[in-house]
Design a binder for this molecule. Sequence first.
Ligand SMILES: C[S@@+](CC[C@H](N)C(=O)[O-])C[C@H]1O[C@@H](n2cnc3c(N)ncnc32)[C@H](O)[C@@H]1O
Length: 230
Amino acid sequence: MQNPAKVRGIFSSIAGRYDVANHVLCGGLDFLWRARAARMVAAWQPRDILDLATGSGDLVLAMQRALPQARIVGADFCLPMLKMAARKGLRSLVVADGTRLPFADRSFDAVTVAFGLRNMESWPRALREMCRVLREGGHLLVLDFSMPRQPFAAIYRFYLHRVLPLAAGLITGNRSGYEYLGESIEAFPSGASMCRLIGDSGFRAPRAIPLAAGIVSIYTAEKSGDDPRS
Ligand SMILES: C[S@@+](CC[C@H](N)C(=O)[O-])C[C@H]1O[C@@H](n2cnc3c(N)ncnc32)[C@H](O)[C@@H]1O
C-alpha cells in the first residue's frame, strides 16, 4: 500500500528517463515479459481492453501487435508518464486513479496492469475497481515483480537494494525513487498470497505464473458472477 502523492511525484520526476532505465535495469527482459503477457491476453480474444497504470504505454504497444483489432484504453494518474505514451503514438489515454476509475460497470473484456498495482494506495480497492469495470467472464492480468525463493532471493536482494538504486540514480537522477522500488517489491504479496488477494476481490480461478526465476510473476483471473460490492 503506497502513498499516491509520493508515487505520482516519483513517476513525474523520472518519466523522461523511465523507458531507458527500465530496459537497462531489466537487461531488456521487460520486452519479453510484456510480449508474454500480450500473448496471454490475445488468447482471450477481448474486444475492449483497459491497461491500467499504463505509464509510457509499452504493454499497450505489445497488445496492439498481438491484437490489432482490439480497442485498448491506457489509464494512468501521472500525466508526464502518459505524455511519454502519447509520443509513441498512443491516442486512447485517460488520466485516472486506479482506485477510482472513471468507467462504467462492465465496460471491458480484459483489464491489464503491469508494474502498477504494487504502487497503488490500496491493492484490494484497486482490484475491486478492475473487477467492477470488467464484464462477466472478463479477464484480469497482473504483471509485476515478485520475490524469488532462496538461494536466489539473497542475490536478488543485494541487486535490488544496493546495485539498482545506484545504477538507476545515475540514469534518472532520482536514486530515492529506486530505493522506493526495492521497498515496494518487498512489501508486495506474491504467489499464493497474491492469488488470495485477487480471489477475495471478486475474481475466480486466480493463477500465478512465475517468470525469470520468480523475480516477476504474471497473475490471471476471471471475473466471477458474484459482485464484490454486495
Ligand atoms: C512502473 S510504471 C509501469 C508502467 C507500464 N505499465 C509499464 O509496464 O512500463 C507504474 C505506473 O503506475 C502508475 N500508477 C501508480 N499508481 C497509480 C494509481 N493509483 N492510478 C493510476 N496509475 C498509477 C504510475 O503513474 C506509473 O506510470
